[in-house]
Design a protein around this ligand. Structure first.
Ligand SMILES: Nc1nc2c(c(=O)[nH]1)N[C@H]1C(S)=C(S)[C@@H](COP(=O)(O)OP(=O)(O)OC[C@H]3O[C@@H](n4cnc5c(N)ncnc54)[C@H](O)[C@@H]3O)O[C@H]1N2
Ligand code: MOO
Ligand SMILES: [Mg+2]
Length: 379
């Protein structure tokens, strides 16, 4: 799917402050080492380890204080036998020094420090390059820039970084009965929840949304609406992909574009479609509100972002039924380290999707008993 249909977006440069949620466009090598020098992890005094070995409350060790090393302001000299410097967290270790005694284990008498315990070095020393070394490739192209990775990019020495251009995704709701929220609702009509849910999911994964609004159930109107998607990288539609007389998406794409796949052995989301229209990839999501959002979660988002859906394994607190010919993605809730069936699994029950916090993946033909482990996607 990725190789055949989706464009590889170009790369642009953005300041680090605008990088969160973007995808890295090139490998990043460390421009510096971190730490940039071997430094202390504690506030205390730094000395030669050999001078400190016997220190205990019963036999304190006295060392002459010859200066201090602060973060960013190293001690300029060398520390000799019987000497020490005051040192602070992040400050470079002066030459000759290899042990840190924290303030909690010494008395500072001004010109002398009295050590009451033997330092627990080398754990309190952070070696130069212990996090990363200058020149090493630390972040690779295609990586999603989470907040810790933005911080890491800054630590590597980058003020701006190459990121993949945001995908421009056109979004179209279909259905004669589908109307804008806020209007009076006649019996049989439904507010357009898919448009807002899908738009929010697209924004969450860093896409620019081209809102095409809504088209009624006619091939002509659908064709006209789809033609408005020019300039987008991908089109997402919802509704009209199943078996009804007024479900036109598949026929329309078969006649005027192409269909790469229609129907996926999953529930919800069974009638999902992937096709093309003048070179534009088209995801036809089912109209049922839960189905469209679950297909987005399981298929569309990984395709758009290149990021696999993370899963974990949890014990089932309730049984989960399986389906003979489909993988089921049941709505679940996490409770006491287990996952429980939310119930109300109908594809139109949007409220249960909003209250669930997990999709429980039950493989085709399987069923899960209480206490068994099951694969879970967090929502
Ligand atoms: N005979 C069969 N019938 C159905 C099958 C099947 O295999 N055989 N599949 C069912 C499954 S599974 C699903 S899922 C739905 C998919 O339906 P469509 O994609 O054709 O969607 P519509 O018919 O247009 O609408 C279905 C349902 O969703 C509501 N809807 C549509 N758009 C929106 C929107 N933007 N916001 C909120 N709700 C929306 C619509 O009113 C309908 O209730 O087909 C089954 N049928
Ligand atoms: O597969 Mo449909 O999506 O059950 O409702
Ligand atoms: Mg239908």
């Amino acid at each position: 799917m990725l190789a055949a249909l989706l464009p590889t977006p170009g790369v642009e440069t953005v300041p680090l402050s605008a990088a969160r949620g973007r995808t890295l466009g090139a490998d990043l090598r460390a421009r510096v080492s971190h730490p940039s020098a071997t430094e202390s992890a504690l506030d205390g005094i730094a000395a030669r380890e050999g001078d400190t070995l016997g220190a205990s409350p019963a036999s304190p060790v006295r060392l002459r204080v010859v200066g201090e090393s602060r973060a960013g302001v190293p001690f300029p000299g060398t520390v000799g036998p019987g000497e020490c410097v005051r040192i602070y967290t992040g400050a470079p270790l002066p030459p000759g020094v290899d042990a840190i005694c924290p303030v909690e284990q010494l008395t500072d008498e001004g010109s002398e420090a009295v050590l009451l315990a033997r330092p627990a070095s080398p754990t309190d020393v952070r070696p130069e390059g212990g996090d990363f070394r200058a020149g090493a490739t630390i972040l690779t192209a295609g990586t999603l820039l989470t907040p810790p990775r933005v911080a890491l990019a800054a630590a590597l020495g980058y003020a701006e970084i190459p990121v993949r251009r945001r995908l421009r995704v056109a979004l179209l709701s279909t259905g004669d009965e589908v109307i804008e929220p806020g209007q009076p609702l006649r019996p049989g009509q439904v507010y357009d929840s898919n448009r807002y849910g899908l738009q929010a999911m697209l924004e969450e994964c860093g896409c620019d949304v081209l809102a095409l609004g809504h088209a009624p159930d006619s091939p002509e109107a659908l064709g006209e609406a789809i033609a408005q998607a020019g300039g987008a990288d991908v089109l997402l539609t919802s509704g009209g992909v199943s078996m009804g007389r007024y479900d036109f998406m598949r026929d329309l794409l078969t006649l005027r574009g192409r269909v790469a796949f229609w129907k996926v052995r999953m529930r919800p989301g069974g009638p999902a479609l992937l096709g093309g229209w003048n070179g534009l990839p088209v995801f036809g999501l089912p109209g049922n509100p839960v189905s469209s959002l679950v297909v987005f979660h399981v298929i569309v988002r990984p395709a758009l972002t290149g990021q696999p859906v993370g899963t974990l394994r949890l014990r089932a607190g309730t049984p989960f039924r399986g389906l003979p010919d489909k993988t089921a993605f049941w709505r679940g809730v996490l409770r006491g380290g287990e996952v429980w069936d939310y119930g109300k699994q109908g594809s139109g029950v949007l409220r249960s999707l909003s209250e669930a916090n997990a999709l429980v993946v039950v493989p085709e033909g399987g069923a899960v008993q209480v206490g068994e482990e099951v694969e879970v996607m967090l929502l």
